[in-house]
Design a protein around this ligand. Sequence first.
Ligand SMILES: Cc1cc2nc3c(=O)[nH]c(=O)nc-3n(C[C@H](O)[C@H](O)[C@H](O)COP(=O)(O)O)c2cc1C
Length: 187
Amino acid sequence: MAQVLLLYGTRYGTTKEISDEIEKIIQEKGFETESYDLNDISIKDIPPLDKYNGVILGSGIKINRWTKAAKKFLNKRISELKTMQNTMGLYVCCGEAAKKSDIKGAIEKYITAKLEDTALKPSLIDAFGGAYDLREGSAIKGMTRKIVIGIMQKEEGIENPDGKMHDFRDWGQIKAFATKFIELLNQ
Ligand SMILES: Cc1cc2nc3c(=O)[nH]c(=O)nc-3n(C[C@H](O)[C@H](O)[C@H](O)COP(=O)(O)O)c2cc1C
């Protein structure tokens, strides 16, 4: 049975939820999956990639950057990834992809430009809108919280963003990504 490896880097948990949804869709089509939060595993403990028929890597974006762990995985395992780029999916989860019209620019900025020096060409790339959790007890605190509140007010036109969850993920787009990935596996 075909095996799919899902890896993700997340700071606030948004990308984990995206990865879990993609994994669920892939499992429903009868594939086996293995999934790792890159913060919880040392890169050397991730099995050799040739064990898998496909791999999906996702990262959240903060101040223009992938998570450290996602970047490290890409750099350390790049030669293995190149051998399976025909069944590789790569996505980012970011504020800039909140609007449909901005997705292309976010892909360019956070994927194409980041891969420029690597010569890696994953078959499937995408940028999903992110989420900002401003509910009480959220991990977005202090000065960062103030900045995010300012962004929500200015860029999204939300008058009183504090105390609420602002979720710009498009689950239809995420589902379409998973479906396209399954098509790659079946080719
Ligand atoms: C402090 C902070 C900085 C952010 N910086 C960016 C950014 O530079 N570009 C962007 O597109 N989105 C940015 N975002 C939006 C995140 O990408 C979004 O919240 C995403 O859901 C985070 O994913 P994660 O929860 O998996 O880490 C930022 C969010 C926060 C809270």
